[in-house]
Design a protein around this ligand. Structure first.
Ligand SMILES: Cc1cc2nc3c(=O)[nH]c(=O)nc-3n(C[C@H](O)[C@H](O)[C@H](O)COP(=O)(O)O)c2cc1C
Length: 261
């Protein structure tokens, strides 16, 4: 079986988990890193000879909307799939179910699913350093277990339903936050790393100090990647939200969750 990874990973937490699971299943992995917008233009097509491992970060308890739109261009043909979500130690709510439903509506058959904590994009006080060594060991063991199960399948009719937590209809949330984007301070040296790695091309190619608030998804990739700490979120609503998260979820340790059909 050809093992294909599909992941969006603005700050690299999801990518780590997906790659660890993939490496437990095969020495040869075919990667589709869809973090950059230019890698989400074309759809993908898979057959029954493929296994797909798809990973996304949880945004507001859901799969980021622009990724659901992209995933509707990813088609399977009785293709087995493993679902991975990472979340910043608050909650993943309906994201795993939404990911599963989206793929199963497009010709895929879910065989495994996981939810891992990834250090929160907004603060290192939630899920600090995660996925950590123990998480990645669990990811590897999960990959080993799914591999054994898949290898034993003689016919796809043997595959039972994969049950994952989540509400359906999904809980609809209306964000009270106004559009916002990171500010650029005087440290900026115009190196261009931020504009070239922005997942939604929100940073102007002509002037990387200018960030389009409507396009920005607040993924914090530019803040994390900047070599001189020139990008920062200064918006008071954002800081309030970050403090609320810290006050409520920084002292909890959520272990990885694993589901196999
Ligand atoms: C816009 C946004 C919304 C988020 N919403 C949630 C959430 O609802 N629950 C949660 O626990 N973490 C949330 N997070 C944190 C991310 O899910 C978490 O840090 C994830 O591991 C990031 O993965 P990545 O590094 O692969 O992009 C959010 C992060 C961002 C940027």
């Amino acid at each position: 079986m050809r093992v294909n990874l599909i992941y969006f990973s603005a700050t690299d937490r999801t990518a780590k988990v997906v790659k660890e699971i993939g490496s437990a299943i095969s020495d040869e992995l075919f990667e589709n890193d869809i973090t950059l917008e230019e890698n989400r233009n074309e759809g993908l097509v898979f057959t029954e000879k493929d296994l797909v491992i798809v990973g996304v970060p949880v945004y507001a308890g859901r799969v980021p909307k622009f990724l659901v739109e992209y995933f509707n261009k990813v088609k399977g043909n009785n293709t087995l799939v493993i679902f991975v979500v990472t979340y910043g130690n608050r909650a993943y709510e309906d994201a795993l179910l939404e990911l599963k439903n989206t793929f199963e509506e497009n010709g895929f058959i879910g065989v495994g699913a996981t939810a891992f904590v990834g250090e929160h994009s907004y603060t290192d006080l939630l899920g600090n350093g995660r996925p950590n060594k123990e998480d990645l060991e669990i990811a590897k063991k999960f990959g080993d277990r799914v591999k054994i199960k898949i290898n034993a399948i003689k016919d796809i009719s043997e595959i039972g339903n994969l049950n994952v937590p989540g509400n359906y209809p999904y809980v609809v949330k209306v964000s009270k936050m106004k559009p916002m984007a990171p500010e650029t301070n005087d440290n900026c040296i115009d190196c261009g790393i931020c504009k070239n790695s922005c997942p939604t091309n929100a940073i102007s190619k002509q002037n990387c100090r200018s960030v389009d608030k409507e396009r920005c998804i607040k993924c914090c990739r530019c803040i994390r990647n900047c070599p001189v700490s020139a990008k920062e979120m200064t918006n008071s609503e954002y800081i309030e939200m970050r403090d609320f998260l810290i006050n409520n979820w920084s002292n909890i340790y959520n272990s990885p969750e694993i589901y196999i059909y």
